[in-house]
Design a protein around this ligand. Sequence first.
Ligand SMILES: Nc1ncnc2c1ncn2[C@@H]1O[C@H](COP(=O)(O)OP(=O)(O)OP(=O)(O)O)[C@@H](O)[C@H]1O
Ligand SMILES: [Mg+2]
Length: 230
Amino acid sequence: MLEIRNIDSYYGESKVIEGLSLTVPDGKIVGLIGRNGVGKSTTLKSIMGIVRTRGGEIIFDGEDISKKPAYERVKLGIGYVPQGRDIFPQMTVQENLDLGLQPVGGKGTIPDYIFELFPILPKFAKRKGGDLSGGQQQQLAVARALAAKPKILILDEPTEGIQPSIINDIGKAIRRVNSELGISVLLVEQYLDFVLKNTDTVNVMEKGRIIYSGITAESDGSEIQRLMTE
Ligand SMILES: Nc1ncnc2c1ncn2[C@@H]1O[C@H](COP(=O)(O)OP(=O)(O)OP(=O)(O)O)[C@@H](O)[C@H]1O
Ligand SMILES: [Mg+2]
């Protein structure tokens, strides 16, 4: 379980996250949605240790990880897919995937289920990452994060700039990873329909804090839409 308790995050002296708390229970898919610039990516970077938090705690499997360096958090089982995917365009698909094994010492092989989830990847193994479409690169980035068999997968706007058919595939992959492998998911998005379709709980963020939390199946999409647009 990942439990964020009352964290504050800053860029310089500017406070971007204020008293934010959020829980991702084991086996669940939790959505975090909000407009541009409200602090969604900063929240994820705080969890990963890319942005330092001041105050509060980040508890992962019973341990406060908020002072640990980023690589240790990944090693503990937090898989992260950053916004914009960050794959290496000059490296092949296989080389990009193999980078996902670094948290486990660069040893071992890519688990077979990753190729079942994303059949395009073995097919294009020798192509350069930069030659894939945006949607294929997103699949590669998710696959890379899964390579080290994380306990939780953290995704930052996986549908951004991606064509609808591949958005569907990515949604299916997220649900399969969750239901078949038991990996919990924290999904940051701006695309409300995708969140309503693919999450167990939904949280709406506004200017560094959460202003709405609910069970997705009981949530009123139009209310969330209103909170996001007003
Ligand atoms: N490296 C940085 N230095 C200073 N300010 C930053 C930095 N990164 C983000 N910010 C600011 O922090 C706030 C939150 O940014 P963040 O990227 O977390 O928002 P977001 O919700 O992920 O937005 P988007 O939906 O556009 O990705 C914004 O006001 C942004 O301008
Ligand atoms: Mg962002």
